[in-house]
Design a protein around this ligand. Structure first.
Ligand code: ADP
Ligand code: AMP
Length: 214
């Protein structure tokens, strides 16, 4: 199964992707995670990406497309993949079509998690991430059992630098200006499956499960 998750920052893509990849046994490809890892390691890619990510701006297509092209050619993607956070521009969507055509593959479903802007703000500013295992929490909607500590591995929880109130506004503007038009692109191809991302986490997982079976 070749799946693309779309939706604004904070829609729940990462939360749902963790569950869906376990169910289907496919790799989770998040360009945001790839940039954060490169930034942490201080690689040339990381230093370049940081100029944009730290301001809440999209990283240029030439840089982002290269990462996805390399990743999709890896053998573990042969049985399917879940792309989370890519494509985010029309040019990226067109490049993805080219990459997949060169691999004799196609997209099966584009799952769109729909959430309103006001709720996105609350979701993003309350998000907490485990430093060790990457598990995703929320101060109100999915709090850990002990404040600041990961339920799964005992790791320390942190707030992403770009989840500050100041950066969230820019990120949402980038989404509505550059990424939302990509939804129409996939709708015209008959691939778009809209899911109500405002329901609780288990209900959203159930809706996605129903879409992927159909
Ligand atoms: P994205 O990957 O789309 O940016 P995340 O999966 O990281 O979004 O979720 C953003 C925040 O919202 C996290 O703090 C997460 O715990 C919380 N969250 C995700 N889905 C839901 C939901 N259905 N209801 C309430 N909170 C949610
Ligand atoms: P995310 O973890 O998906 O919220 O992404 C975090 C940040 O990484 C974004 O705000 C962008 O700066 C950058 N990023 C992730 N994916 C892309 C993409 N497909 N195109 C451009 N920038 C991206």
């Amino acid at each position: 199964m070749n799946i693309v998750f779309m939706g604004p920052p904070g829609a729940g893509k990462g939360t749902q992707a963790d569950r869906i990849v376990k169910r289907f046994g496919i790799p989770h490809i998040s360009t945001g995670d790839a940039f954060r890892q490169a930034m942490q390691e201080g690689t040339p890619l990381g230093l370049k990406a940081k100029e944009y990510v730290s301001q809440g701006l999209l990283v240029p297509d030439e840089i982002t497309n290269g990462i996805v092209r390399e990743r999709l050619a890896q053998p573990d993607c042969a049985g399917g993949f879940l792309l989370d956070g890519f494509p985010r521009t029309l040019a990226q969507a067109e490049t993805l079509d080219d990459i997949l055509a060169s691999l004799n593959r196609g997209i099966d479903h584009v799952v769109y998690l729909k959430v309103d802007r006001d709720l996105l703000f609350i979701r993003l500013t309350g998000r907490r991430i485990c430093k060790s295992c990457g598990e995703i929490y929320h101060t109100k909607f999915r709090p850990p059992r002990t404040e600041g500590v990961c339920d799964k591995c005992g790791g320390e929880l942190m707030q992403r630098a770009d989840d500050s109130e100041e950066k969230v506004g820019t990120r949402l503007d980038e989404y509505f200006n550059k990424t939302e038009p990509v939804l129409k692109y996939y709708d015209a191809k008959g691939l778009l499956r809209e899911v109500d991302g405002e329901r609780d986490i288990d209900e959203v997982t159930a809706q996605i499960g129903a879409v992927l079976k159909g």
